[in-house]
Design a protein around this ligand. Structure first.
Ligand code: GYE
Length: 306
């Protein structure tokens, strides 16, 4: 029987694109905004989304991708929790003839043509932006500057690249020294715990460089519990630009936020449609981002979308 109107529904019209998406987890404000953006954009584009949350575990992601292959989805997209270890599952998707799109984070592979495109930020450049601001900030000072670093998840593209870009810039100046650097897994609790450990072994920290806002916000709690003033006694730089970080900046507790835009949903759905239609897409698509200081925070706050 044929139904008039009705629109879609199960088994209706074979032209609805089915997208399997494997998300990293729900570790940060950035991630939550990214997930919402993807879900909303899929709805808006009329794409059927099979969404799976890997709780920051690579094996969960591999399992999810295998299950998408088994279900015969049209396109697979994922945000790889770590950079390496994807060759086998990517080869499996390829031999099943299912195109793969990487979003947010990159993979490390020497295989050719195992994914269509990578949509995401330039994390090395974000690290450089953080470093450049610091160099400017201390331009007039001859004293040594002790920096502690809160790294994102070990082995993840943003942790590797944000460290690299930052070190590249600050290492050109002898006065900067990264005295401690540890994994806080991109979470508030991770940031809080690791910062507490940093503070108990060093009472002369000048700067905290956090690979994301959530770790910086967790660290602020530890700095305050230690009787110090975040943003004053210890300068704080973080990356992402979530509302809470803008609020902390407006309150004087964070000094610089390097923006990393999570609202990738609409662009991703556009790529899904193109790839599904067999159209060529660029191999690398970067996201445009800014840098914000305390004097801009208050004004920018109402317009922040995440
Ligand atoms: O900066 C962090 C999140 O991959 C860019 O992951 C993303 C990072 C983001 O947990 O907050």
């Amino acid at each position: 029987a044929t139904a008039c109107g009705g629109g879609g529904g199960q088994g209706g019209g074979g032209d609805t694109i089915v997208l399997g998406f494997s998300q990293v987890g729900a570790e940060s404000g950035w991630r939550t905004a990214n997930t919402e953006s993807i879900k909303q954009a899929a709805k808006d584009a009329g794409i059927e989304l099979k969404f799976s949350d890997a709780q920051q575990q690579q094996e969960n992601q591999i399992q999810a991708i295998r299950s998408f292959i088994q279900q015969g989805v049209d396109v697979i997209a994922f945000s790889p929790v770590v950079e390496s270890g994807w060759d086998t599952v990517l080869a499996e998707a390829k031999s099943a003839g299912i195109p793969v799109i990487l979003t947010d984070r990159a993979v490390e592979t020497d295989q050719e043509e195992v994914y269509e495109t990578f949509l995401g930020s330039d994390f090395v450049e974000e690290g450089r932006k953080a470093g450049r601001w610091l160099v400017e900030e201390y331009a007039e000072s001859d004293e040594d500057v002790d920096i502690v670093e809160l790294q994102g998840t070990t082995g993840s593209a943003p942790a590797i690249d944000r460290k690299e870009g930052f070190s590249e810039v600050v290492s050109e100046h002898g006065k900067f020294e990264i005295t401690a650097s540890q994994d806080g897994d991109f979470t508030r609790s991770g940031g809080q715990e690791v910062m507490q450990a940093f503070l108990s072994s060093d009472d002369d920290i000048d700067v905290l460089y956090a690979h994301n806002d959530d770790m910086a916000l967790g660290a602020i709690e530890s700095i305050e519990s230690a009787g110090l003033e975040p943003g004053e006694d210890i300068k704080i730089i973080s990356i992402d630009g979530i509302k809470d970080a803008f609020q902390a900046m407006a309150d004087g507790k964070i000094n610089l936020v390097v923006e990393c835009n999570p609202l990738l949903g609409p662009q991703l759905m556009d790529l899904v449609e193109k790839v599904h239609a067999g159209e060529g897409v660029k191999e690398r698509i970067k996201v445009e981002e800014g840098v914000y200081t305390q004097d801009q925070a208050e004004e920018a706050l109402p317009d922040r979308k995440y």
